[in-house]
Design a protein around this ligand. Structure first.
Ligand code: HXC
Ligand code: NAP
Length: 289
């Protein structure tokens, strides 16, 4: 049931610098899920601040296309590497490749994830396991490999991309919510054990972000004006919002910030509805139930 993104990733048309353009000069970021969506834009924002990047996921053709787009727009190096976050041997190979290319990994962004709408009754044992393995196990495996191969001796920052689903038990999201909750707890454990090595470990939790696969899968087409008016900041998030939030987290401005989550959702989770009945209607409309 895997779906291939049918669109070509595009860079930001008119990026407005908030931080110094050389903020990440000489640094290297390893970004899982960096070939598409939010993590593509995190890679772009980092590269616009003079960081080189390694982007990794399963689909090498998509990664190559995205790496070219990113390098063309920013003038920085971006290496595409095939890797499945559920398979430690592929992670070890990818980390070795990144270190032989750049000699360092300053930032790890764990963004790879899998998701779809499903009531608990519609989830097979394997469906729940699959999402837990991509999101939670994947985040653990990649963090452990990058910490042991580089950050243990050189420090660094790990940023795990979570969500707001787990904060209140979002309907039709038990698989992804459970996985993101596990990641947020794992983040605290890693922050306390690895802090003395100069490693900060953080989560950034986006709310609904426009122009993403996540939104397409989770009923984005049903978002209308009344939904937008219900969000405290009166709009959806953008990929650039999340890129800038993650940039702040890795920057020296956040040196005291570790083991916690920055929610970047404009207040959406505080105010949006969480109705099983409404979501059932949406899924029926999409013939998913
Ligand atoms: C119920 C489903 C399902 C669905 C798959 N499964 N889709 N069950 N409803 N819509 C079940 C399958 O039947 C199978 O169980 C099991 O899940 C594994 O499916 P596979 O297709 O074999 O898995 P795999 O090829 O590993 O693909 C993983 C995937 C796929 C998660 C299912 O969709 C994927 O690759 N996704 C990556 C991209 C993605 O999801 N992006 C969105 C991230 S956004 P059985 O029992 O039949 O074997 C995100 C949003 C957060 O996280 C919040 C937004 C607001
Ligand atoms: P996306 O473009 O589908 O990103 C998911 C990425 O994960 C893809 O690049 C995919 O690439 C990769 N991936 C999936 N399974 C993998 C595996 N087994 N090994 C390695 N890579 C794998 O979705 P997105 O919407 O931008 O989401 C990005 C992140 O933001 C996710 O962590 C998501 O949970 C989070 N988030 C998104 C939203 C939103 O509104 N979109 C809201 C809250 C949180 P391949 O297919 O090539 O493997």
């Amino acid at each position: 049931m895997s779906q291939k993104p049918s669109y070509v990733e595009e860079c930001i048309k008119d990026y407005k610098y908030i931080f110094r353009p050389d903020l990440l000069k000489g640094k290297v970021a390893f970004i899982t899920g960096g070939g598409t969506g939010i993590c593509f834009t995190i890679a772009e924002v980092f590269m616009r601040h003079q960081c080189d990047t390694v982007i990794c996921s399963r689909k090498i053709d998509k990664l190559k296309e995205s790496a070219e787009t990113l390098s063309r727009a920013t003038g920085r190096k971006c290496i595409p590497v095939q890797m499945d976050v559920r398979k430690p041997e592929t992670i070890i190979k990818a980390a070795d490749m990144a270190l032989s290319e750049f000699g360092r990994i300053d930032y790890l962004i764990n963004g790879a994830a899998g998701n779809f709408l499903s009531p608990i009754s519609g989830l097979s044992f394997n469906a729940f396991k699959t999402v837990m393995e991509i999101d939670a196990h994947g985040t653990f495996y990649v963090s452990k490999v990058i910490y042991e191969k580089y950050m243990k001796n050189h420090g660094g920052v790990i940023v795990n991309i979570t969500a707001t689903l787990q904060l209140r038990g979002q309907v039709l999201q038990v698989h992804a919510g459970s996985a993101k909750a596990a990641i947020e707890t794992m983040t605290k454990h890693m922050a306390v054990e690895w802090g003395m090595d100069g490693v900060r470990v953080m989560c950034v939790a986006p709310g609904p972000i426009e122009n993403t696969e996540g939104m397409r899968r989770l009923g984005g087409e049903s978002i209308d004006d009344s939904y937008l008016k219900g969000i405290p900041v009166q709009r959806l998030g953008t990929r650039e919002d999340i890129g800038n939030t993650v940039l702040y987290v890795v920057s020296d401005a956040a040196q005291l910030v570790t083991g916690t989550t920055i929610i970047a959702d404009g207040g959406d989770w505080l105010s949006s509805s969480n109705s099983y009945h409404q979501m059932q209607q949406l899924m029926k409309k999409k013939s998913m139930m």
